[in-house]
Design a protein around this ligand. Structure first.
Ligand code: NAD
Ligand code: AHE
Ligand code: ZN
Length: 395
């Protein structure tokens, strides 16, 4: 298939909120600096649902969504028993374009929506994990080389999404957006290391840099909030207060380190006041893991005067703005945000995979459902129900 157009199945979003359609999509071969990947497993993240809803200013239609995935050959990967199967020739990295040196056909990879070129001003700053090399293309659904898409249906182009487009059996990504991982890692699990879990862990470890003995408040106990809890626990936080409007979330959250729970609906007072009262003046660190701008304000205002830091993790829709009294910042509270938890993707995703393999971080525990790509609309319905954390689709 190298150098040839591949026709495969993909879930195409033709219009905001209209059911995704499983189509035969043509995937062009990779050009210079690009990699064509066979996606084997992809999970759904709330950011996919957000863009699909039409509220993302960067959302373009028709497109192929999806950004939390892994590629690999089931035959050689899953379990020891699968090793007896004949190598089918399926490859994670299907082919590479000219000038691509770091990945080879057959490598097992995780596509990274946050690229890492190691050459741009951002990458060299030592101050951020953001990368500038391909961002101008990934934000408008095309590839950097020719500002065109590699996907089409009967000759009509379909936009890429976040530089990843993983709701497809094959995708083309920039080489700076591919993390090569341990081939022994189970791809149906480590696909989660493409977004939600690293985001929560990194928000604590890299962005907030939570110290042992800290008090932490987490607003929203979905996958991202639970990963924040896990990060806070491993960082040695003492009180880990989970806040969610769904009280059923506490039971699961305990397993990730949450040791106190508050449902804002059980209180008359604004939630920030409730947390300030509970914690002798406020928490050391808070995290907003919902994407709700009024909760972002509450998360800042429940921080301790003089030093409390609040990290925005949730993604809010186009047109939404945050506000607070500047006095909150004058009196020492700090407002921050994080993308992919501040992790340098190509360098640190393989490291996170190793941590998972060494049982130092959870991944399996976030997977509540498994389905096929053909069931993707059902999977999105589930995502909006309180019982689903991550649903992994096999392609
Ligand atoms: P999720 O929907 O599973 O979790 C959100 C939780 O918030 C739910 O448990 C819900 O009950 C709770 N909630 C809703 N409204 C609430 C309120 N007013 N007060 C308290 N709790 C409330 O979502 P997720 O997958 O965990 O993602 C969370 C957010 O993080 C999303 O906005 C997603 O787009 C964003 N995200 C950001 C990054 C990043 O790099 N910054 C990465 C991944 C996801
Ligand atoms: N197009 C969106 C951007 C949303 C956003 O902030 N995305 C996060 C990742 S969410 C993953 O689930 C991110 O990494 N942002 C940094 C970047 O470079 O996009 C909007 O709202 O405009
Ligand atoms: Zn995501």
């Amino acid at each position: 298939t190298q150098g040839q157009v591949i026709t495969c199945k993909a879930a195409v979003a033709y219009e905001p909120n209209k059911p995704l359609i499983i189509e035969d999509v043509q995937v062009a071969p990779p050009q210079a600096g690009e990699v064509r990947i066979k996606i084997l497993f992809t999970a759904l993240c709330h950011t996919d649902a957000y863009t699909w809803s039409g509220k993302d200013p960067e959302g373009l239609f028709p497109c192929i969504l999806g950004h939390e995935a892994a590629g690999g050959s089931i035959e050689i990967l899953l379990n020891a028993k699968d090793l007896f199967f004949v190598w089918s020739g399926n490859r994670v990295v299907e082919s590479v374009g000219e000038g691509v040196t770091e990945v080879q056909p057959g490598d097992h990879v995780i596509p990274c929506y946050q690229a890492e070129c190691r050459e741009c001003k951002f990458c060299k700053s030592g101050k951020t994990n953001l990368c500038g090399k391909v961002r101008s293309a990934t934000g408008v659904g095309v590839m950097m080389n020719d500002r065109k898409s590699r996907f089409s249906v009967n000759g009509k182009p379909i936009y890429h999404f976040m530089g990843t487009s993983t709701f497809s059996q094959y995708t083309v990504v920039h080489d700076v957006s591919v993390a090569k991982i341990d081939p022994k890692a189970p791809l149906e699990k480590v696909c989660l290391l493409g977004c939600g879990v690293p985001t929560g862990l990194g928000a604590v470890w890299n962005t907030a840099k939570v110290e042992p003995g800290s008090n932490v408040a987490i607003f929203g106990l979905g996958t991202v909030g639970l990963a924040v809890a896990e990060g806070a626990k491993t960082a040695g936080a003492t009180r880990i207060i989970g806040i969610d409007i769904d009280s059923k979330k506490y039971e699961t959250a305990k397993k990730f380190g949450v040791n106190e729970f508050v449902n804002p609906k059980d209180h008359q007072k604004p939630i920030q006041e409730v947390i300030v009262d509970l914690t002798d003046g406020g928490v050391d660190y808070s995290f907003e893991c919902i994407g709700n701008v009024s909760v972002m304000r509450a998360a800042l205002e429940c921080c301790h005067k003089g030093w409390g830091t609040s990290v925005i993790v949730g993604v809010a829709a186009s047109g939404q703005e945050i506000s607070t009294r500047p006095f909150q910042l004058v009196t020492g509270r700090v407002w921050k945000g994080t993308a992919f938890g501040g992790f340098k993707s190509r360098t640190q995703v393989p490291w996170l995979v190793e941590k998972y393999m060494n049982k130092e971080i959870k991944v399996d525990e976030y997977i509540t459902h498994s389905m096929t790509l053909g069931e993707i609309n059902k999977a999105f319905d589930l995502l909006h129900e309180g019982t689903c954390l991550r649903c992994v689709l096999s392609t």
